[in-house]
Each structure stands twice: as structure tokens, then as C-alpha cells.
Ligand binder design. Structure first.
Ligand code: LM2
Ligand code: CA
Length: 468
């Protein structure tokens, strides 16, 4: 990931949790020990160090609103932590019954913030996150992860804790780690719905950190199945860019909201939407990579009640391996190359062809129709021959910018993505090879000529080559 320009990797929850084959067992913690289905504490540490050495930070998904389902009958977590859901006792976490909200009811309305904060989310025992003891337990957990080198956090179910509680928890984390609260990267899951209580909307949580902007994902789907010319307004009335964490989908929406978001099952549109997200300046983009599934609850390929085998990519793999797609890798490079620029030269055909530049650093054109499209777009990137990083990783496909214009054809549901760090030139592998060959030829001739003229001087051919 490091050499590819990926800056952070968000991982599934790292806490000890209930046993079971389903993927969502990771969302039922039994303590804050770091042995889980996904590995041991030692492996976790090793991952952090390995990634850090390549300048890749780890973001931990912190499940802090609740513990297990109230009706869970087991007594030992995957990592060995003891618990008793009936007694609301989680000794390895340091929780007793007093640490939980004592309303034994599920959330039955989203029109009352208080209910959403204090009732149980799908039957999960709800921590009383207003209590100093709970905040301290959680603060220590965050501090431990920070000391281990973790770069930031995704805060699960933030919407189910009041902004005041979340603030208290973050302050406890700051105190325990010696950091300032504002220096802890805190990405909060706050699914907004306009008809729900205003007090649980994403904008209520931006005081403590970033929030997930789900509306961005919904718009992407609407536009890619409607007209992508609308993308020019995609950020209208959304959370401010510096507070928004965005994605095309995540593990929840690809299962429970597949009619509202794009997923790997949407093929080209999904790929194009990810490219757009990486090309257009808004929020912190997250690329999601999970596994293929037909049933909602089925765990990762090969999962047992207590383990998940390493992911594999390649032919026949059940993993999506989004991070290996040519277009994604190309667009990660694009994202990094165009930082600091704005959108310029927006062009569209009022329907499903769009193009824009990122100042003089990048250019993206998308054809979201079923037909090949001949295009002629203006661009602010300098004239030259560029690699189309959406379709090739080796500069196998190039597009020429001439007279400030891109004149080319774009296949159905494909894109042209050009940026100044991927130019077909002197410096790219194939070209350098050819140029060296030509130069060698010229050099030989020059040496001959020079040798005739300055017979008596010895000229170092290497020097000559350099001057040339
Ligand atoms: C999240 N964000 O707020 C996660 O992104 C989401 O994946 C989690 O739900 C949820 N919050 C709680 O952390 C998943 C999954 C649920 C699953 C829960 C708990 O989507 O289906 O609920 O994790 O593991 C499961 C059962 C549900 C049952 C519950 C409690 O599906 O039927 O409710 O466990 O036993 C009785
Ligand atoms: Ca709660």
C-alpha cells in the first residue's frame, strides 16, 4: 500500500468478541483485549509496525456503544475474555450491571434522540456512556491503541451516543494518551436521515471529529443510474469537506442498503463512482474492500467460529480485492497527484458524459453510457502524452493533450484519467529504453566525428553521452 500512495488502512474491530461464523460477531465486544477472530495481539502489533514502516497508518474501528446481544448465552469470547450477558457482567472489560443503561428495550423510534442514545441497538446491551467509569475504560482502550501506533479511529454507532458522551470519551482518551483531543483522528459513524430527530444528525457530531456523509453515497448511486451531470452538485448542502468521511459503500450499506448505494455487484458503475470519488475534491475518501456474498450474514471466506483465514486475491478469490483493481490503483495515484487544486473546466452533455480538470494537474472524463463516445474536452493540464491510469497500470493506453484539448474516444462505462505524474515520456520504462537505443546510435556517430576532429584529445564517451 505504501508505494501505491495509500495513506491509511481501516481494519475491522480489533476487540475480543463473541464466537460465531457471521461477520458481525466483530461488532459484539466482550472486552478490550486485542485477540479476535482476525488475529492475536502480537499479530496486530506486527501489522501496525509493518504498515508504519511503509508510512501507512492503521485506523481502528472502535465498538464502544455496546457489548453483546442481551440474550447471548455463551460465556467466553474468541480471545478468552469471560462474560455473562444475562448478568450484564464483563469482568475483563471492567463492566458490571451499573455500567449499562437499564432500559431493557430496543430502539423503537428515531424521532427521539434520547431513545436512540439510551435504548438497545438491535438487542445489544447499551453502555451508559455518560458515566465517568465507562468513559475511563474506553479512554484507556484508545490510549493503548495510540501507544501501539494506531493512527486514528472509526467510531462505531456514534449516533447511538449523545455528542456530550462522545466528547467525554474522546477527552478521556486524550487524557490517558497525553494527546490533545483535537489531535486524535476520530471518524464517526452517524447515519443521517432528514426525518429523524435533528439532535442525532451528523452535523451534531462535527464538534468531536469527522462524520460519515452517507448522503454522498446515495447521490452517487442516484446519479450513476440517472445522469452523472448531477455530480457537479454532489456536495450541495452536505457536511463541510474537512469534516466529511466518504465512501461509495461500506459493509453495512452493501448488505442492507444495496438499493441506495453502489456495490461491487453494480460492476462498471461502482468502479466509475470510486474513480469519481478519488478525483473530485470533497471529504476523506475511503475505498471499501470486502468479500463477495449472496447471504447477508455469511462470514468471510473460510471463517470459523473463532478464526478468519488470510485474504487472498487472484483468480477464483471470493474477496473483492478492490484495492488491486487497475482503476483504483491508478486513481489513488491521481488523488495524490492533484492535491491542492480545485475543479476547473467542468464540462458535461447534460446527461452521462462529464469531464473536469483538477487545475493543471489532473483530468478526468467519464462516459457513463452504453455506447462508445467520441469526445473533445478542454483541459488545464499541459499538452503532452499521458497514461490513462483508469485503464492501464503500465501506461499501455495513452491519451494526447494538444492545444489544451483532449480529443479521444471513451468506451461505454469507462473513463479517461490523466495526471501530471503519469506522463508517457522520456522517463517511463518503454520510452527510456528506446531513447537510450537511439542515443547510443547517435553517440557512436558523434564519437566518430569528434574523434576525427580532436584526434589527439581523448574524450570520455560517457561524458559525451551526458552532454548530449
Ligand atoms: C454499526 N454501526 O453503527 C456497524 O457498522 C454495524 O455493522 C453493526 O451491526 C452495528 N453498528 C452494531 O455495532 C452489525 C450487524 C447486525 C448485528 C450487529 C451485532 O449489521 O446484524 O446484529 O452487528 O453483531 C446481530 C444480528 C441481530 C441481533 C444482534 C444481537 O444480526 O439480529 O439482534 O446481533 O444479538 C437481535
Ligand atoms: Ca447508546
Amino acid at each position: 500500500y505504501g508505494p501505491e500512495g495509500v495513506k491509511y488502512v481501516q481494519i475491522s474491530p480489533s476487540q475480543d468478541h463473541i464466537k460465531g461464523k457471521a461477520w458481525w460477531t466483530s461488532y459484539q465486544p466482550v472486552s478490550y483485549k486485542l485477540n479476535s477472530k482476525l488475529g492475536t495481539e502480537a499479530e496486530f502489533k506486527n501489522m501496525i509496525q509493518t504498515c508504519k514502516a511503509q508510512k501507512v497508518g492503521i485506523i481502528v474501528d472502535a465498538v464502544i456503544n455496546h457489548t453483546t446481544g442481551a440474550d447471548n448465552k455463551d460465556t467466553v469470547g474468541v480471545g478468552g475474555s469471560k462474560y455473562d450477558a444475562a448478568k450484564q457482567s464483563y469482568p475483563d472489560a471492567g463492566y458490571t450491571k451499573e455500567d449499562f443503561h437499564q432500559i431493557a428495550e430496543d430502539i423503537n423510534t428515531y424521532r427521539k434522540a434520547d431513545v436512540v442514545w439510551t435504548h438497545r441497538l438491535v438487542g445489544l446491551l447499551d453502555l451508559d456512556t455518560s458515566q465517568p467509569h465507562v468513559q475511563q475504560v474506553l479512554g484507556k482502550y484508545f490510549a493503548k491503541l495510540i501507544y501501539m501506533g494506531v493512527a486514528g479511529f472509526r467510531v462505531d454507532a456514534a449516533k447511538h451516543m449523545s455528542p456530550a458522551d462522545v466528547k467525554g470519551i474522546k477527552e478521556a482518551a486524550a487524557q490517558a494518551s497525553g494527546m490533545k483531543p483535537e489531535d486524535i483522528w476520530w471518524m464517526q459513524e452517524t447515519i443521517g436521515f432528514p426525518d429523524q430527530d435533528p439532535k442525532i444528525q451528523p452535523d451534531q457530531y462535527i464538534g468531536t471529529g469527522e462524520v460519515n456523509e452517507f448522503e454522498y453515497s446515495y447521490r452517487l448511486r442516484n446519479y450513476f443510474y440517472g445522469s452523472i451531470e448531477n455530480l457537479k452538485h454532489i456536495t450541495d448542502k452536505l457536511i463541510p469537506s474537512n469534516k466529511a468521511a466518504i465512501f461509495v459503500t461500506n459493509w453495512d450499506t452493501e448488505r442492507d442498503n444495496a438499493t441506495r448505494v453502489l456495490t461491487y455487484k453494480d460492476g462498471d458503475r461502482y468502479e466509475l463512482a470510486n474513480a469519481f470519488m478519488l478525483a473530485y475534491p470533497y471529504g476523506t475518501p475511503n475505498i471499501y474492500s470486502g468479500y463477495k456474498f449472496t447471504q447477508r450474514d455469511v462470514g468471510a471466506p473460510g471463517a470459523t467460529d473463532t478464526s478468519v483465514p488470510d485474504a487472498t486475491c487472484g483468480k477464483d478469490s471470493q474477496w473483492q480485492c478492490t484495492q488491486r483493481w487497475t482503476s483504483i490503483r491508478g486513481m489513488v495515484g491521481f488523488y495524490n497527484a492533484v492535491q491542492g487544486t480545485k475543479v476547473t473546466q467542468w464540462q458535461d452533455d447534460d446527461d452521462n458524459n462529464i469531464a473536469f480538470s483538477r487545475g493543471n494537474k489532473g483530468f478526468l472524463a467519464i462516459n457513463n453510457t452504453d455506447n462508445v463516445q467520441k469526445v473533445s474536452y478542454k483541459t488545464d493540464i499541459p499538452d503532452g502524452e499521458y497514461c490513462n491510469v483508469y485503464v492501464s497500470r503500465t501506461c499501455g493506453k495513452t491519451v494526447v493533450v494538444s492545444g489544451g484539448k483532449v480529443v479521444t474516444t471513451i468506451p461505454a462505462h469507462s473513463a479517461v484519467a490523466l495526471h501530471i505524474k503519469a506522463v508517457k515520456s522520456f522517463y517511463d520504462g518503454a520510452a527510456v529504453h528506446k531513447i537510450l537505443l537511439i542515443m547510443t546510435g547517435i553517440t557512436v556517430i558523434l564519437i566518430v566525428i569528434v574523434a576525427v576532429r580532436y584526434k589527439k584529445r581523448s574524450i570520455d564517451p560517457v561524458q559525451l553521452q551526458k552532454q548530449h
